[in-house]
Every structure is written in structure tokens, then in C-alpha cells.
Design a protein around this ligand. Structure first.
Ligand code: C2E
Ligand code: CA
Ligand code: CA
Ligand code: CA
Length: 279
């Protein structure tokens, strides 16, 4: 067995499941990763499908660790949630994003709207709303520049508490997006109760939207559902002009995906702000 270091998790044997070992290694390296400055935020543009112009960005966390190298968020976020490390990471993300929005303002690049992903345990945390308010105020960022992205799973745990938190965020002007729509335990009743501004069509429905009748039907249903509820629709994972054309012609409001841009470093996103280009 390999020695994992100081933290006392070096007791595993070869018989242990590879996945369990990987999770132990991840959690051991995740502790202290914020303090060691191993995280960064990348920004993926969102583009209006009517004008072709960029309207804002989604903040996506990146982790580079000396031992593990670059680890994708799909791997480390679930581990951070499981071991109670997501809150401190989330505090860092929010602070970094607000600081960046402020820096863009100070450079005369305008009010850039950025949406931050919140995991269920963060969202369930009683201090999340005050934390958001405090962080915005400390950096002097208008709340309308900030959005949060939550998933259905995030809010299902304690729907009553979630409604309260979302209403408070909405009341101060923070935009609320429901992420990965259609992949979770969707309950249409919640859509009515939650003050949601944007529905994001999951990439899994976008992939074959221009070719598979079933995916097209789902995408079109989400678009009309959202519009009937006075919400906007953003399609994620748009990779081809064909997908973008299909979505645009059926009234989808905005898109995000490799077709326009991959998630960019703060420096590269700043260059894009200085030299905007259309879809
Ligand atoms: P998500 O919120 O659904 O984010 C969209 C994912 O799709 C991102 O993966 C993005 O890089 C990827 N993507 C965007 N456009 C395309 C495309 O055209 N093609 C393909 N193949 N992929 C595309 P990423 O960055 O690996 O993030 C994975 C997940 O990790 C996110 O899914 C989100 O749930 C979570 N995550 C990322 N950053 C944070 C964070 O700061 N906090 C929390 N709690 N979760 C985060
Ligand atoms: Ca998201
Ligand atoms: Ca998503
Ligand atoms: Ca997704």
C-alpha cells in the first residue's frame, strides 16, 4: 500500500476498492488546498441567441494539486461534499468571483454578470445568504452582477428552507438559475414555488437536439415551460452551429458551450471582454 502522508489515512490495503482509495487520496489533498492556493476559477461565456453577444459567464472551479495533478470538479466536488470541505471552498469561490467582478469594473470593462455553482450542502447552510450579502458588500459589487446556479437536488432536501433562502437572494437582486434541468427528481410543483429566473437545459438533451426527435421534444418543452413561467432558458454544452441554430429558431434565449468558448482563465476572459466577438 502507498503512504498517503501525515493524515492517518495510510491504513488501506491492496484489497480496498480503487474508488475508495481514490476518494481518500482526494480528501486528504483537498484539506488545505484553499490555503495552499491550489484553486482557480475559470469563466465560460454565456451568449444571447438573438444578438450573438456575450451576456455573462459561469464560474467553474479548477483544482491543481502537486500530488494528483489537475483534478476535474466532477471528481473532487462530490468528495468535498462528503467530507464537509465544500463550504470553505465555496466561500473562496464566491470571494474570488466577487473580487474579479470588481476588478473588471475598475478596469472599465463594465458590470459583468457571473453565475456561481452552489452545492446542496452549501445551499442548506444557514449562513449562505448572509455570506453572499457580506461578500458582495465587501467588494462593492452590485447584486445584479451575481447569479447562483442550483440543482434540483440542492433544494429538495428542505424545500421550505430553500424557498426562504432563494426569496432572500432574489429580493436583493441575485439571479437564480436551475441547473441540469430535467436530469434530477424534477417536480413541476417546485418550479412554481421557487423564484427561479433561468432554466438551464442539460447538455444531455442538447447533444442530439438537432437529430433525435425525443431530445428535440424535451428541449422544446423546457423552452415553452420556462417561457410560460416567465423564466429565461439557457442551453448548456452547445458544440455545433446546428445545435445553436435549432435552439435559436425555437426561442431558446441563450447558450453556453464550446461552440462559442470553453471555460477561460480570468486573463483570457478579460481579453475577450476587451475584444468582444459575436457567435
Ligand atoms: P455544470 O454546472 O453542469 O457545468 C457545466 C460543465 O459542462 C462544466 O464542466 C463545463 O466545463 C462543461 N461544458 C461547458 N460547455 C461544454 C461543451 O460544449 N461540451 C462539453 N463536453 N462540456 C462543456 P466542469 O467545469 O468540469 O464542471 C463540472 C461540474 O462541477 C459542474 O457542472 C458543476 O456541477 C460542478 N462545479 C464546477 N465548479 C463548481 C463550484 O465552484 N462549486 C460547486 N459546488 N460545483 C462546481
Ligand atoms: Ca452550472
Ligand atoms: Ca449544468
Ligand atoms: Ca450538466
Amino acid at each position: 500500500a502507498k503512504d498517503l502522508g501525515r493524515d492517518g489515512y495510510a491504513f488501506y490495503t491492496e484489497g480496498m476498492d480503487a474508488d475508495v482509495r481514490r476518494r481518500l487520496a482526494l480528501q486528504s489533498q483537498l484539506r488545505g488546498a484553499v490555503a495552499r492556493g491550489e484553486f482557480s476559477v475559470h469563466y465560460q461565456p454565456q451568449v444571447c441567441l438573438r444578438t450573438g453577444r456575450m451576456t455573462g459567464a459561469e464560474a467553474l472551479l479548477r483544482w491543481h494539486n502537486v500530488v494528483l495533478g489537475q483534478v476535474p470538479p466532477g471528481q473532487f466536488i462530490p468528495v468535498a461534499e462528503e467530507y464537509g470541505l465544500i463550504n470553505s471552498i465555496g466561500v473562496w469561490v464566491l470571494d474570488t468571483v466577487c473580487q474579479q467582478i470588481r476588478a473588471w469594473q475598475d478596469q472599465g470593462l463594465g458590470d459583468v454578470r457571473v453565475a456561481v455553482n452552489l452545492s446542496g450542502s452549501q445551499f442548506g447552510h444557514a449562513d449562505t445568504v448572509p455570506l453572499v450579502e457580506e461578500t458582495l458588500a465587501r467588494h462593492g459589487v452590485p447584486p445584479s452582477c451575481l447569479g447562483i446556479e442550483i440543482t434540483e437536488g440542492c433544494v429538495m432536501g428542505d424545500p421550505d428552507k430553500s424557498v426562504g433562502a432563494l426569496r432572500r437572494l432574489k429580493a436583493i437582486g441575485v439571479g437564480i438559475s436551475l441547473d441540469d434541468f430535467g436530469t434530477g427528481y424534477s417536480s413541476l410543483a417546485y418550479l412554481k414555488r421557487f423564484p427561479i429566473d433561468v432554466l438551464k437545459i442539460d447538455k444531455s438533451f442538447v447533444d442530439d437536439v438537432a437529430h433525435a426527435a425525443s431530445d428535440a421534444a424535451i428541449a422544446l418543452s423546457v423552452i415553452s415551460l420556462a417561457h410560460n413561467l416567465n423564466m429565461r432558458v439557457v442551453a448548456e454544452g452547445v458544440e455545433t452551429p446546428e445545435q445553436a441554430r435549432f435552439l435559436a429558431s425555437h426561442g431558446c434565449d441563450a447558450m453556453q458551450g464550446y461552440l462559442y468558448s470553453r471555460p477561460l482563465t480570468a486573463a483570457d476572459f478579460t481579453s475577450l471582454l476587451r475584444h468582444p466577438r459575436s457567435l
